[in-house]
Write a protein of this length. Structure first.
Length: 528
């Protein structure tokens, strides 16, 4: 990230954060204050931000009512008038506390697929009236008060914006700046542009829903038309909206900007998006943290472009993967391929191939952070970590309420049902390696024994070696002097125990044997 301090703080809460974290102003000599990209890792006040990131719910809100039985996640721009709490109008203070407690310090936000819960049943008919049902998924664009859109409310004005929506984003970003959580902000939401007609009928850019002459298709697929910036009207709407997002959120440091949720669009739109950001930065003197998430061909093309690659701080790898046999699965961009058909399959690959993917990009771009999306196992999570990955986006739903029928959201912010996958590892890092991980890089120390022994190293000081299948491994400590305390971390429970005698000697080969054939992590720290 090209900025370590941002002076233009907005709002009372953020002023409190500045005072608490920086005194009465930014100390420009302290390079570890605030949200900083260090050695390819996200950090906050010198400590690593690592773990899961929840991606928000983009339709629905509860598992009650006549619209089906579903589980839901948080959404920071969901509006349930008069009701505050999980799956209603989120309590952003409590939500960010829960994020830190339960191992998901990141939150990925995109606007909702439709405003009104009447569409939850996926019908496609026009609404006969404006009697919308809450909770509402507020859109970034404002209603015009003119004519009638497909959902029975007035049409959108795509050049004016919803103050409630952007104020919620700013409130959440302020809590992130205060506490050390991260807002991953998707400017767009591709899911509405492909797949099911119900996803699109209420989309603000559909001609029947806006006062501008968008000339978007009346039906699906609509992604390529949406991304076609040669269309003068749509190009101006895009440019104005992107600049609005930047202006509203640029006063907060803990924000990562991505093009779109589920982006599988063409290279040309990513180039336009990055160029729009660059233009805005040059005009305003501000600097934002840019993420790049796209299909592999688009991602690699941008990273091969020196000027645009210099704008990119975070690389998002979720739109391609290696099959278990090592075969590349990488659909091209711009083919209107639904991204969830890619993302939903990636978790089925092996930890070895996840490590390979993350490590390749970490080695090529060591100063850029890596994020990914995997609803997979503990072993996959560790492969991501050991390859040098920062935040792992997951579908983090609340568990069923005990005895609750029908299901109701929890009264408070409890652990999402998949938190157990990461919690022991997350707690271990927070307690023991928070300030050390930013100094560590993937290293090849295993010379024999386990073929899946991966290492993070702060050379000569601290080592973390993960054995995917336990067993014995020999590490090359030639040239590394001194003795090291040796402990095993059980990633299932977080329990720590001595490895062998509890000490290993540097200067040559070091052989260790895991307690059993399950996965274990060896933690080595230099004795003083």
């Amino acid at each position: 990230m090209r900025r370590t301090c941002q002076m233009q703080k907005k709002g009372l809460l953020l002023l409190v954060a500045v005072i608490a974290l920086f005194g009465l102003g930014c100390d420009l000599q302290r390079q570890d204050q605030g949200f900083v990209l260090r050695n390819g890792w996200y950090t906050f006040n010198g400590s690593v931000i690592w773990g899961n990131a929840q991606y928000n719910d983009y339709w629905g809100g509860l598992r009650t009512g006549p619209f089906g039985e579903y589980k839901y996640r948080a959404n920071i721009t969901r509006n349930a008038p008069g009701i505050v709490g999980p799956s209603y109008t989120e309590d952003l203070d409590q939500l960010t506390n829960a994020m830190l407690q339960y191992g998901y310090p990141g939150f990925e936000h995109c606007f909702g697929m439709w405003f009104d819960r009447r569409r939850d049943n996926h019908d496609v008919g026009a609404r006969p009236d404006a009697n919308a049902i809450s909770p509402f998924l507020e859109q970034p664009w404002a209603r015009s008060g003119i004519d009638v859109a497909w959902d029975g409310l007035s049409k959108y004005d795509l050049l004016k914006y919803n103050d409630w929506y952007f104020n919620r984003l700013k409130d959440f970003a302020a809590f992130c700046d205060l506490k050390g959580t991260v807002l991953i902000h998707d400017c767009y939401m591709q899911h509405a542009l492909l797949e099911h007609p119900a996803h699109y009928v209420d989309f603000p850019w559909r001609p029947t829903n806006c006062i501008q002459n968008s000339e978007m298709p009346d039906g699906l697929p609509a992604a390529n038309a949406f991304y076609d910036t040669s269309h003068a009207v749509r190009r101006d709407i895009h440019r104005t909206y992107i600049r609005k997002c930047l202006t509203e959120l640029s006063g907060y440091t803990n924000v990562v900007f991505l093009t779109s949720y589920e982006y599988t669009g063409p290279l040309s739109f990513v180039q336009f998006w990055i160029d729009t950001i660059s233009e805005w930065e040059n005009e305003t003197g501000n600097d934002v943290h840019v993420g790049l998430g796209a299909t592999k061909d688009v991602l690699d093309a941008v990273l091969a472009d020196a000027d645009r690659a210099a704008q990119v701080d975070t690389i998002d790898l979720r739109y391609w993967w290696y099959e278990p046999d090592g075969t590349l699965h990488a659909p091209p961009g711009g083919q209107e391929i639904p991204a969830r058909n890619i993302v939903a399959m990636a978790y089925q690959t092996t930890p070895e191939q996840i490590y390979r993917q993350v490590r390749e990009y970490r080695d090529r771009y060591p100063e850029k952070a890596i994020i990914h999306h995997l609803d997979g196992s503990r072993q996959q999570t560790w492969a991501f970590l050991m390859g040098g990955g920062s935040l792992l986006i997951r579908d983090l739903q609340y568990p069923d309420s005990p005895g609750g029928e029908p299901w109701l959201p929890p009264a408070t912010y409890i652990a999402p049902e998949d938190s157990w996958i990461i919690q022991p590892t997350y707690d271990f890092i927070v307690a023991n390696l928070a300030q050390t991980i930013p100094l560590m890089v993937p290293a090849d120390l295993a010379v024999s024994g386990s073929s899946t022994a991966w290492c993070l190293a702060e050379a000569g000081q601290t080592y973390l070696v993960y054995l995917l299948a336990g067993g014995q491994v020999t590490l090359n400590f030639a040239g590394i002097t001194g003795t090291f305390r040796a402990r095993w971390l059980d990633p299932r429970s977080g329990a720590i125990q001595d490895a062998g005698s509890g000490t290993v000697q540097g200067g040559g080969l070091v052989t260790v044997s895991a307690p059993d054939s399950q996965d274990w992590a060896l933690w080595l720290t230099r004795n003083s």
